[in-house]
Design a binder for this molecule. Structure first.
Ligand SMILES: *Cc1c(COP(=O)(O)O)cnc(C)c1O
Length: 227
């Protein structure tokens, strides 16, 4: 079996310039993150705010924590003091809540708009029309403690690589349209968060700038029974 560091080294060696690796450490103990950190990895992705906050407490300060999972408004407070990027913004209300919590710490939190690009009904995210409504609103324009830096999406879980490619391409098209209409000349709106262990190679070919890889680095996740 390859080590965590070897896995990261391998993945990073396949990334073109400008593409960054988010090492998805959800459910994994802090020791795994320390191992990756010792190998030079600095960006880690978690999907539960409380779990992220607990790990942040015991791990080095220069780790950049990315929240990649669905975020409930009541949980924003746990991560607002330190989170580097939130990938999963899917409503104006959530963005307003992040803004309010960030203001308490004098911070500006980088956020991505999450889009529903998969076939499955269960995957979260907005439609393009919903995003445009958000971006046109006065309420959005009034926010001073969040910065939208790009888009995020999760492709359908399927063996059909052609379908995955079409979904990533669709997200890239959305990104380009929003960039032109709402972020023209704004260099910070530049991130396309797409690609996981099974499909990050396709995502890179379709223009990803942030790949979110867990299993291929840390191994399969074991979820505890919570009944
Ligand atoms: C868990 C997760 C990942 C990582 O998935 P792997 O298949 O383990 O690489 C990426 N993105 C999101 C949103 C996730 O929840």
């Amino acid at each position: 079996m390859m080590s965590i560091c070897e896995n990261i080294e391998h993945i990073v060696s396949t990334l073109p310039a400008g593409v960054r690796l988010v090492a998805v450490s959800k459910t994994k103990p802090a020791e795994y993150i320390e191992e990756a950190y010792a190998g030079g990895q600095r960006i880690f992705g978690e999907n539960r705010p409380q779990e992220m906050a607990a790990k942040h407490q015991v791990l080095p300060d220069d780790i950049q924590w990315h929240l990649i999972g669905q975020l409930q408004e009541k949980n924003v407070k746990y991560i607002a003091p330190f989170v580097a990027m939130i990938h999963s913004v899917d409503s104006l209300r959530l963005l307003q809540k992040i803004d309010k919590e960030a203001a308490k710490y004098g911070r500006v939190i980088d956020c991505l708009l999450e889009f529903h690009i998969a076939e499955e009904a269960t995957k979260s995210g907005m439609t393009e029309a919903e995003a445009e409504e958000l971006l046109r609103s006065d309420a959005y324009r009034a926010l001073e403690h969040v910065r939208l830096v790009g888009v995020m999406g999760i492709a359908t879980f399927t063996d059909d690589r052609g379908q995955i490619r079409r979904e990533f391409r669709h997200l890239h098209d959305i990104f380009l349209r929003l960039k032109e209409k709402y972020f023209a000349g704004n260099e910070s709106f530049r991130e396309l968060s797409m690609g996981m262990s099974g499909d990050y190679d396709i995502a890179i070919e379709e223009g990803s700038t942030l790949v979110r890889v867990g299993t291929a680095i840390f191994g399969e996740r074991v979820y505890k029974q919570t009944n």
